[in-house]
Design a protein around this ligand. Structure first.
Ligand code: ZN
Length: 269
């Protein structure tokens, strides 16, 4: 069967970037088994021929109404699929879906009948909010970065912006490339409404949210942007842990050094 990517270089490039990031998640040890999710809004890459493509699936309920997603298209990782497989074969381990005009249902249109992630409603809720705000973000990523999850097991780090300040102070680039810092969502059952609500709330203020004892959820301009922000935060967490493993509490950059960074690079305060 002909892939939807054939003859569509822009869409092929976008899906290629999703596959590349899926590979990084696996290589970093952040995506054991079928862990993690990627959902990307690809509506701007959709042509009239795709718009008239018949559905491969029956009409499926999202589980909620998403008024801003009418006629939008998404690439979604498949439920139970592995990031390491998606890295090599993105269209066999994920699918492209169309949100129907009622904003409450969707159909799968390509390439195969791969059922999207069970986390689809919470990812779509974030995309719905992104569009409502008129923001340019296109990608959401959920993954399990080892060091950040380890740090989330200590309540002392779970206060507002406590971890943000520690991570920013480990290496100057972290604040430069993740200027909003890291939001915190208290432990909640995976896939629960509580977790989705807490994530939505934190994403009003942050691009990356740490889910206590679980992982992170990030939004980005594209999938690489979302990955990069998780990666820089994770790098800082590794430096912190390496210092602790050597037997000392890392000094961290001083307040003066942090302020200098903020001034010189015009970062938000
Ligand atoms: Zn997870």
């Amino acid at each position: 069967m002909k892939s939807i990517l054939e003859g569509r270089p822009a869409l092929e490039k976008e899906v290629g970037q999703i596959a590349e990031v899926a590979g990084y998640l696996w290589q970093n040890g952040w995506a054991e088994r079928n862990g993690g999710n990627i959902t990307v809004n690809i509506t701007e890459l959709i042509d009239d021929e795709i718009r008239s493509m018949p559905a491969l699936s029956e009409v499926k309920a999202i589980g909620d109404t998403m008024p801003h997603l009418k006629g939008n298209y998404f690439y979604c990782k498949g439920t139970g699929k592995r990031m390491r497989d998606l890295a090599r074969r993105p269209m066999e381990n994920g699918s492209i879906i169309r949100i129907l005009d009622d904003c409450a249902n969707y159909v799968i249109i390509a390439d195969n009948l791969v059922q999207p992630t069970s986390e689809l409603p919470s990812h779509l809720a974030v995309h719905n909010r992104i569009i409502e705000k008129g923001s340019n973000y296109k990608a959401t990523v959920h993954t399990h970065p080892i060091e950040l999850v380890a740090m989330s097991h200590n309540q002392a780090f779970m206060g507002k912006d406590v971890l943000t300040r520690i991570l920013w102070s480990m290496i100057p680039e972290t604040k430069a490339f993740c200027p909003l810092g890291l939001g915190i969502a208290p432990y909640a059952l995976p896939g629960s409404v509580d977790l989705a609500k807490a994530t939505l709330k934190e994403l009003e203020e942050y691009d990356v949210v740490l889910w206590e004892k679980h992982g992170v959820f990030a939004k980005g301009l594209d999938v690489m942007d979302a990955f990069d922000q998780i990666d820089v935060l994770s790098k800082s967490a590794k430096i912190y842990l390496d210092a602790k493993c050597m037997g000392f509490e890392p000094d961290g950059m001083t307040e003066e050094q942090m302020n200098e960074m903020t001034e010189v690079f015009h970062l938000p305060r």
